[in-house]
Ligand binder design. Sequence first.
Ligand SMILES: NC(=O)c1ccc[n+]([C@@H]2O[C@H](COP(=O)([O-])OP(=O)(O)OC[C@H]3O[C@@H](n4cnc5c(N)ncnc54)[C@H](OP(=O)(O)O)[C@@H]3O)[C@@H](O)[C@H]2O)c1
Length: 354
Amino acid sequence: MSKINEVLSYLEEGRAKAKCRHHPEGTLMKAIVYHKYGSPDVLKLEEVEMPTPTDDEVLIRIHAVSINGSDREGLIGKPLYARLGGLRKPGYPILGSDIAGRVERIGKNITQFQPGDEVFGEIPGYHGGFAEYACASEKTLARKPASLTFEVAAAIPQAGVIAWNGIREKGQVQPGQHVLINGAGGSAGMFAVQLAKLYGAEVTGVDNTGKLDFMRSLGADHVIDYTREDFTKNRKQYDLILDVIAHRSAFAYRRALKPNGTYFFVGGSVATLFQILLLGPWIQRTTGRNIRLLAVPQNSRDLISITELCETGKIVPVIDRGYSLSEVPEALRYVAEGRAKGKVVITVQQSVDK
Ligand SMILES: NC(=O)c1ccc[n+]([C@@H]2O[C@H](COP(=O)([O-])OP(=O)(O)OC[C@H]3O[C@@H](n4cnc5c(N)ncnc54)[C@H](OP(=O)(O)O)[C@@H]3O)[C@@H](O)[C@H]2O)c1
């Protein structure tokens, strides 16, 4: 039962909350909209109604928004959990979750922010950020440090909080431990490699051929090209595996773990997720190896923790490329082609003046 609750809260934290909050007030904004799952070709720049904040929300004028694996998944509707907002067509027409901008208006229950404040964070439901304005809960927002640009701040939230949870908060990485990060050249992986090195681990990064040098530049001690080698079949074992793109069996992950080691499923195939939920507890009882889902709550506390490391330069949010709002389809195409190293960030052009 607790496993079911874990999955339900994981889903509730994210995509299940994908409800349309756009209440027509007559004011239009530009947004990148999609009405069916597919390639970046289904994305269109349109004028849509501006969202209105509820009593518990903040309306933000977006200056920058970054792309995550969740946008790629939400666009194509795969894995299946990406369709939780809408099975046949997207439940919410605008993708984009990690934003940085200025508070425009606040709901009446908001206590931490005022209009004009510079903020950044995740939008609950992972939707609505590829637009000039979006609403978010104050629980997932933080004040943007003056030392970080809007672009750098937008690069941190989802990926940084996943890495913080996987490596530090729940992973509790210790000096000398062997840590493997699967998908290390992408958004969360880029933060995770640096964090694991910061806490003294020996780090192995796994990603495609074009990202091997990038992973080394982040500090990875060893790199594996997933197109040539399966890290679960090379007889090496790790204290911690952080997997942002899981698609193997629970037994394969067991093989790659040291006794008492931990494997975290962050994202990937639903078949793998269910195997891990069903077999993980049994594998732990019989072998001591901990194979489980890492449910990452969207929250400002963890966001502030990882951002403090970015402010001091201990962690560098690497931005591969920047695009404008109208170029979101091109940006997502670049990411989908497997070329993005670290983060891709959209600088949003404003057309509605205060
Ligand atoms: N657990 C939670 O609570 C939670 C919360 C939020 C998000 N998520 C999930 O977390 C994941 C986050 O991913 P992200 O934003 O870091 O994604 P990302 O930026 O797309 O990075 C994924 C990386 O993995 C690489 N990759 C693809 N196939 C691979 C394979 N077979 N082996 C190794 N690497 C491979 C990708 O390279 P290519 O370019 O070659 O594809 C890419 O570099 C998403 O699935 C999202 O849904 C989970």
